[in-house]
Design a protein around this ligand. Structure first.
Ligand SMILES: Nc1ncnc2c1ncn2[C@@H]1O[C@H](COP(=O)(O)OP(=O)(O)OP(=O)(O)O)[C@@H](O)[C@H]1O
Ligand code: SF4
Ligand SMILES: [Mg+2]
Length: 324
């Protein structure tokens, strides 16, 4: 597959004082053959960033490229997206086979027989019985429908895939099988993927790298185990220590001493400097000397370091009481 690159990507909804900067100067790369997990609280801009890559949200700044080339607005789509709700993704009036056939036709596969063969191959690739091709989506379980949505995306032979909360609506009992399928496709097809989920355990299971988003920004990115074992940004640390399922609001009862959680910031009017500063357990709310957090923007630019954190004090503090 190929690499997907976001450079200084911004998406603003609305104008004037009511404008909302849902995505703000994001620099992020999904390298060839890599699964990058994207986590962050509800409203942090994960879906907006993903939608921007498939032309569903307009860029206000920056560029999104695949292998260095801007994503074309027309013709074959190099980036394919799969959504949370596989029911909405499939036309209820079409059989599974017809749905896949349509995607293959768009991808330029001519001839009924060729398409028929490929429909069988795609269903096998996602571990579904090719016999299901004659069935309507309603005859399938949620997990099976999500596999069909995946097969439909694969039919387009995309260079990169984006998965937005694709296991969130599934029973826990079938989530694992879908995640194993993602891992297998990554291994067998060299899939490049941006994998979005609230659930850190889910993201950890499939991702080579994890990026953490807060108020439209990427605040930390690192190889998966490094992010889990040695988080540098206070927000990442809080998420890891207080919310096993990301997206849950930070629970005040479990914050470090002296830190009171405040309402998540108003995205229409984000705090100055580091936008995490009113909530930061090692920032100015706790250490009044850290006035630079209120004035300086710890912007995460693109560079070669595998582990980066957008914090003025990254690596110079610890949330643990007894630093190990
Ligand atoms: N079309 C739109 N018009 C106006 N505001 C929008 C639009 N889409 C998203 N937003 C706002 O942009 C911000 C980011 O939303 P987004 O859906 O990208 O977050 P998310 O991280 O995907 O959240 P979740 O985890 O709940 O899916 C939110 O404040 C949201 O209300
Ligand atoms: S820059 Fe300051 S407020 Fe922001 S995360 Fe780092 S320590 Fe906290
Ligand atoms: Mg979302």
């Amino acid at each position: 597959m190929s690499s997907l690159e976001f450079r200084d990507v911004g998406v603003t909804f609305g104008f004037g004082p009511g404008a909302l900067r849902a995505v703000d100067g994001v620099n992020l790369q999904v390298p060839d053959g890599t699964v990058v997990g994207l986590v962050g609280e509800s409203g942090s801009g994960k879906s907006t960033l993903a939608r921007a890559a498939v032309g569903l949200a307009p860029l206000t700044t920056g560029s999104i490229t695949v292998d260095g080339t801007p994503i074309p607005r027309r013709g074959t789509r190099p980036v394919q997206m799969i959504f949370q709700d596989p029911v909405a993704a499939l036309d209820p009036r079409m059989t599974i086979g017809a749905s896949l056939g349509e995607a293959l036709a768009v991808a330029g596969v001519r001839g009924r027989r060729d398409r028929g063969r490929q429909i069988g191959r795609l269903l096998e690739q996602v571990h579904l019985d090719p016999e299901l091709a004659v069935r309507p989506p309603a005859a399938l379980s949620g997990g099976q429908r999500q596999r069909v949505a995946l097969a439909r995306a694969l039919a387009a032979e995309p260079k990169v895939m984006i998965a937005d909360e694709i296991t969130s609506a599934l029973d826990v009992s079938v989530q694992g099988a879908v995640l194993n399928l993602i891992r297998e496709l990554r291994r067998d097809l060299g899939l490049s993927m941006l994998f979005i989920s609230h659930n850190l355990a889910v993201v950890r299971y499939v991702s080579d790298l994890i990026a953490v988003m807060y108020l439209g920004r990427i605040v930390e990115i690192a190889p998966t185990e490094q992010l889990i074992n040695d988080p540098q940004h206070p927000y990442t640390r809080l998420l890891l220590s207080t919310a096993p399922r990301l997206g849950a609001t930070l629970s005040a009862g479990r914050l470090p001493d002296g830190v009171r959680d405040v309402e998540p910031a108003d995205p229409h009017d984000p705090p100055t400097g580091c936008s995490f500063h009113p909530r930061c357990p090692v920032g100015p709310a706790v250490d009044p000397g850290r006035t630079d957090c209120v004035t300086d923007d710890p912007f995460l630019s693109i560079d070669e370091r595998p582990h980066r954190a957008a914090c003025l004090y990254a690596g110079r503090h610890s949330l643990r009481k007894d630093p190990a």
